[in-house]
Design a protein around this ligand. Sequence first.
Ligand code: ATP
Length: 320
Amino acid sequence: MELSKENPIPLAVETRALTKKYKKKIAVNQMNMQVPEGAIYGFIGRNGAGKSTTLKMLCGLAHPTEGEISLYGKPSHSPLAARRIGCLIESAGIYPNLTARQNMIMKSKCIGLTDEKKADDLLTLTGLSPAEPKKAKTFSMGMKQRLGIALALLGNPDLLILDEPINGLDPKGVREIRQLILKLNQEGKTFLISSHILGELSKISTHYGIIQNGNLVEQLEREELERNCEDYFFIQVDDPRRALALIQEYRPDIRAEAEDGSTLHLYGLQEGGTMNRYLIENRIQVYASGFHHMDLEEYFLARMDGAGATEQRKETKSHV
Ligand code: ATP
């Protein structure tokens, strides 16, 4: 993803050589991250990869050792930039002895807001009751996450930075938070979300950043990911040798390989139906065919662990 000088898409977040060292440990190393305005940017990495440290620096909760951060084109320490972002980082900012509503009112006052109804509306929006009498210290993880998101939304920020927002939520809660994120994104908010729950991220992200050992190893858009994951068309036939010869004659521009006693893999084919018809017309029995898609998890593992991780491949078969 090339989003620097040449690219006109305005950036909500841009970091240059952002680095954080804890004594000798380099938690984040020379990171150049670009989050376009309007994106849902999925920030993926294993435990300890440096996600929280990066997000803490973006939210002003940790000082970079080196490098620069700009938010909406302004240095992150400028009050104008800070006002445009809302953060959910761990349980930071939640007062344990206050109820959800009291937490909301407390933060509202701190940032100069007086409309208590807005606070109540945000609690309702995130699935919490303003009338809930429990103190935050007794909340489940899921309730804490919801309160954290409601707090992050106070002040109507343009950019929401959420560290593992679906941690601890049950499947219904995950779906609700996903729908909330999508709704807010459609209304124009940009999201930077870290998660190790890759399947969930892939349902909503428009952009991805993959971090490994403090290094941003790849940034890509959803369309690029889909292209990268769609790597071959497989076709299971009765006579693979003859099918291979027919394919090579019909489409010399694509690469075809025999995979096992009955399956061929075709690389570079955009559409499969015509190939199926051609083989059937030439008296080849086609038992199954389809595009193989690496899912996000496979793709991620391949980036994290090297090529060996792609061995367990999933094939989306369409039987003919
Ligand atoms: P997780 O999801 O487990 O929190 P993460 O990707 O968010 O993982 P970080 O919490 O950013 O990773 O940690 C990155 C590295 O920096 C880890 O090796 C961690 O042990 C180290 N680290 C984080 N915070 C500190 C700290 N305050 N002091 C020393 N080392 C730290």
